[in-house]
Ligand binder design. Structure first.
Ligand SMILES: [Zn+2]
Length: 351
């Protein structure tokens, strides 16, 4: 099956390549340029440009792939052989598309990956060109054409994202700002996500479930109290901009740590508060903070301090819930006021 698809790819490519060669004139941007790219997963605006603007901002090769749905010659992309650690971003809008971790050698001649970088990397649509029905991939931020996805990839996804390397830029890991991850549970994750997304140095917050033992928890099973998990969230942050200590400060400012199994109007162990630590240093920071705030409360601190084990990402519709549903009843009555109350206590850390 792999060979069959590769053959199709080659045929398409050779028919497309005569057209491409006329356009290939400029050299690719130097590696130095790539190193200045920030891996940004928090963008809110799509990148929309006129055809003339795209022509101006892209190299002819990039324009051919991204804007004219072109296909490069197999084995022709500089990125095909790259094995270095780093991130592949869209050449049109710098949206992160793939991590080197998901790259594999498919033998097809095109850079291949088994999964996208994150949920806002790619759109999948139908491509009926060349008498075939294929799943075409476009960049979620600029709608640039990138390649196709096939069902013959390796584990764990079984997918092969067959990408035109000329539509990508590679950002080596050593050029990338280091991102660290912290995990907390602070009651309803709609609320906690919007709070931490307002904090300096935080590039992304993911809502999910943690603290329990069951595999593949869902909003229904956790919310219904049928698991030992709590609604939780992971904070991706740049330690050069914000310290773990400050994140812990925001966390305790965002909760009432004396409530056992609940927060705000929500009750049940699924709404308990937890500070998860990944090493002894984080554990010490959490314990110091608890010691510091204990005298401020008349009741004992109920927040659990436990080693981090596993985080299960929540369903897509729970991500960025407040941003997407600002007029929802609970969001208006609870999430937004809770965010504003918290941010007022940590003004120096707000974006
Ligand atoms: Zn793009």
């Amino acid at each position: 099956m792999i060979r069959f698809i590769s053959t199709i790819c080659v045929i398409i490519t050779f028919s497309a390549c005569a057209q491409q060669n006329k356009k290939v004139a400029s050299a690719a941007a130097s590696k130095m340029d790539y190193e200045n790219i920030t891996i940004d997963t928090t963008w809110t605006e799509k990148v929309v440009k006129s055809d003339a603007e795209w022509k101006k901002s892209l190299t002819p090769k990039q324009y051919y792939i991204l804007r004219e749905h072109g296909t490069e010659r197999p084995f022709s992309s500089e990125l095909y052989e790259v094995k270095e650690e780093g991130t592949y971003v869209c050449a049109g809008c710098k949206n992160p598309l793939f991590s080197s971790f998901a790259k594999f050698n498919s033998g097809s001649g095109w850079p291949s990956y088994f999964q996208p970088y994150y949920r806002r990397s790619l759109n999948v649509g139908t491509d009926n060109s060349y008498g075939m029905v294929r799943d075409a991939l476009t960049c979620k931020r600029c709608d640039g054409h990138l390649g196709h996805v096939f069902n013959d990839g390796p584990k764990p996804t079984g997918l092969r994202y067959c990408i035109d390397g000329d539509g990508l830029l590679f950002v080596p890991k050593n050029a990338k700002k280091t991102t660290a991850v912290a995990t907390f549970a602070g009651g309803c994750f709609w609320c906690t996500e919007t709070i931490f997304e307002s904090i300096k140095g935080v590039s992304e917050v993911i809502s999910g479930y943690s603290g329990g033992k069951e595999k593949n928890p869902t909003y229904e099973s956790v919310g219904g109290g049928r698991t030992s998990h709590a609604e939780a969230f992971q904070v991706y942050y740049d330690p050069k901009v914000i310290s773990y200590e400050d994140l812990v400060r925001v966390f305790f400012a965002s909760i009432d740590p004396t409530i056992v199994n609940g927060q705000g109007p929500d009750r049940g162990a699924q709404y308990r508060t937890i500070a998860f630590y990944s090493n002894d240093a984080e554990k010490a920071i959490i314990e110091d903070k608890i010691a510091e705030i204990t005298p401020e409360y008349s009741k004992p601190i109920a927040t659990q301090v436990v080693p981090f084990e596993k985080f299960w990402e929540a369903e897509e519709y729970h991500q960025d819930f407040v941003k997407r549903n600002p007029n929802q009843g609970y969001v208006k009555a609870e999430s937004i006021p809770r965010r504003e109350r918290t941010l007022a206590k940590v003004k120096d850390l707000v974006k």
